[in-house]
Design a protein around this ligand. Sequence first.
Ligand SMILES: *[C@@H]1O[C@H](CO)[C@@H](O)[C@H](O)[C@H]1NC(C)=O
Ligand SMILES: *[C@@H]1O[C@H](CO)[C@@H](O)[C@H](O)[C@H]1NC(C)=O
Ligand SMILES: *[C@@H]1O[C@H](CO)[C@@H](O)[C@H](O)[C@H]1NC(C)=O
Ligand SMILES: *[C@@H]1O[C@H](CO)[C@@H](O)[C@H](O)[C@H]1NC(C)=O
Ligand SMILES: *[C@@H]1O[C@H](CO)[C@@H](O)[C@H](O)[C@H]1NC(C)=O
Ligand SMILES: *[C@@H]1O[C@H](CO)[C@@H](O)[C@H](O)[C@H]1NC(C)=O
Ligand SMILES: *[C@@H]1O[C@H](CO)[C@@H](O)[C@H](O)[C@H]1NC(C)=O
Ligand SMILES: *[C@@H]1O[C@H](CO)[C@@H](O)[C@H](O)[C@H]1NC(C)=O
Ligand SMILES: *[C@@H]1O[C@H](CO)[C@@H](O)[C@H](O)[C@H]1NC(C)=O
Length: 582
Amino acid sequence: MRSLAVLTTAAAVAAAASSGNVQGVFELTPSLTPLEADAGSPDLFPMPLCKGFKLEEATIDDMQKAMAQGNLTSVDLVHCYMVRTFQTQQYINSVMEINPDALAIASQRDAERKAGKVRGPLHGIPFTVKDNIGTADNMQTTAGSWALLGSRVPRDAHVVARLRDAGAVLFGKATLSEWADMRSNNYSEGYSARGGNCRSAYNLTVNPGGSSSGSGVGVGANAIAFSLGTETDGSVINPAMRNSIVGFKPTVGLTSRGGVVPETEHQDSVGTFGRTVRDAVYAFDAIWGVDPHDNYTSAQEGHTPKPGCGGYARFLAQKTALRNATFGVPWNSFWVHAGDEQRRVLGELVELIRSAGATVVNETEITNYQTLVSPEGWNWDYGTARGFPNESEYTYVKVDFYNNIKKYLSEVNNTRVRDLEDIVQFNKDNAGSEGGYPMPDGHPAFWSGQDGFLASLATKGVQNETYFQALEFCQGSTRRGINDALNHKGRRLNGLLVPVDPGQSYQIAAQAGYPLVTIPAGIHSDSGMGFGLGIMQTAWAEAELVRWASAIEHLQHTSGTPHKRTRPTWRGYLVRNLPVPL
Ligand SMILES: *[C@@H]1O[C@H](CO)[C@@H](O)[C@H](O)[C@H]1NC(C)=O
Ligand SMILES: *[C@@H]1O[C@H](CO)[C@@H](O)[C@H](O)[C@H]1NC(C)=O
Ligand SMILES: *[C@@H]1O[C@H](CO)[C@@H](O)[C@H](O)[C@H]1NC(C)=O
Ligand SMILES: *[C@@H]1O[C@H](CO)[C@@H](O)[C@H](O)[C@H]1NC(C)=O
Ligand SMILES: *[C@@H]1O[C@H](CO)[C@@H](O)[C@H](O)[C@H]1NC(C)=O
Ligand SMILES: *[C@@H]1O[C@H](CO)[C@@H](O)[C@H](O)[C@H]1NC(C)=O
Ligand SMILES: *[C@@H]1O[C@H](CO)[C@@H](O)[C@H](O)[C@H]1NC(C)=O
Ligand SMILES: *[C@@H]1O[C@H](CO)[C@@H](O)[C@H](O)[C@H]1NC(C)=O
Ligand SMILES: *[C@@H]1O[C@H](CO)[C@@H](O)[C@H](O)[C@H]1NC(C)=O
């Protein structure tokens, strides 16, 4: 017996009908007993070939090659990712809205290619951006909230404008945790009032990773080539690791936040998602740079590759480069907090890296980790938990959000919300959809209502002594801590190898404003969700991250190790326990 496992929306039918090229849209999969379905399989949702081309797991270079040889067009790519989105959307909900202009943009890029103009490695490649990244086009920019529906942003976010210039094709907006998780402290990750619940193709019944949920889930499920997300504290690295892909979070100030719905100017960073390091770096190369709309970006001058030298992609390396590398392992700072299974798998990966010629020094610790690192896992109010609000990240995040959102909204037209007071009122007025009150008077995905917003509101944005102490403490001590760990007996290490689950390492990097990359390293056997190997570095050391992440990835792909990216298994795809557990 066979069953139809693919969504048959009118749109998918129309998409299939309009193309003689997309093969096997309505793939039949063997029927499964509920038990088998729960266990999952990568082949539950077979991805159709794209005009004979295997788009599933294809790299950006593969797509370019196929376009260069005339086998594929950018229009085909957009079309095939639409088919994949229609096939998967009812399950994973990775896309908030599809760009109505995507096919038109793709055909312009195809015309350029035909006329001999290829702008670069992203020419004609479809991508999504998290819905808090502004696009001045026929789509909305809402951070997932109904409060911003219909608003008009003044211009494309700098990162979007740069990607358009690079020839990439904006396919749509990705779903996210509403307001990038600023609004509530007990909430369903991946949920927004406007977008509904994003779910991971690795296990549809649990936290999909966030707050850039749709970005991570979409790339992980091959529903898009690459994506942009934003991170204040973990929102790129966490969904990347959980969806078994590469997440690249640059130094704060290297990618402009101009046109991006803010959380805090001190930590927000636009980052990239790809299935390979190279893909994530191509996206990163397109978006970094100075932007007059974000004065933090001027700090990068003198720290970035010279123009015309191939950007950061020229640092991509193979495993032989590892012979020159010395890595630190901050065992007591982070590794002791990873579970046994992760410690074993990541330990085997470190052994492999060592056997490829790298030197690994153990117990190179974050200075004062005993105070800085929350032993219970991620907690951005850990300072307060230990009795010191003047040493807590959340103390300045709350103040910054109040001020930064007002500044953002001052440039947005056609909206009644002008500040946080207005947003809070909107959520109360629309409690059934926007969860303005704690349960049972609001929405189950926002269990604690809008307590995050209320906490920010209570500060009125006042930068008092406590604010400055907290900011200085968190930034200063984490920067010192990371820099000390990178300095082993006077020798500068090439990076710190860290587990990124359960989140302490990305929290320390976030407070420092320092870069972090995660590469897929394995799957939790109980949940089926991914975890990653992170590499930490100091400010502006992205070249090191690119070199070593790519070298380790090359080692993973050539050594026969199982500790690397694997395709999603769709565990629990017959379950619909919404909202996914908080
Ligand atoms: C393009 O199509 C030809 C003929 O089917 C095939 O031999 C070739 O490998 C394809 N190229 C790419 C990059 O897929
Ligand atoms: C926003 O409104 C101002 C003043 O009415 C106008 O000058 C500006 O062009 C508008 N911007 C957008 C993006 O509509
Ligand atoms: C968070 O919400 C869940 C309901 O999903 C509830 O069971 C739990 O007690 C809440 N946690 C806190 C700390 O309020
Ligand atoms: C950016 O500009 C703001 C307001 O003009 C100022 O307060 C802040 O210090 C500047 N930041 C940097 C990093 O230059
Ligand atoms: C190791 O580093 C040296 C000096 O920086 C460089 O010349 C050499 O090519 C590197 N070797 C590898 C395998 O990357
Ligand atoms: C690092 O040292 C700790 C404590 O001595 C040990 O348990 C662990 O196995 C070591 N890890 C690596 C990767 O060498
Ligand atoms: C600063 O403001 C916060 C509220 O935002 C308050 O809790 C704290 O006590 C204030 N600190 C000082 C020194 O007034
Ligand atoms: C925070 O306040 C405590 C007193 O409550 C003080 O001992 C400590 O030094 C302060 N921390 C910073 C970073 O100023
Ligand atoms: C999904 O993850 C949860 C939490 O780890 C686990 O209990 C459940 O068994 C997983 N589902 C499947 C089908 O493996």
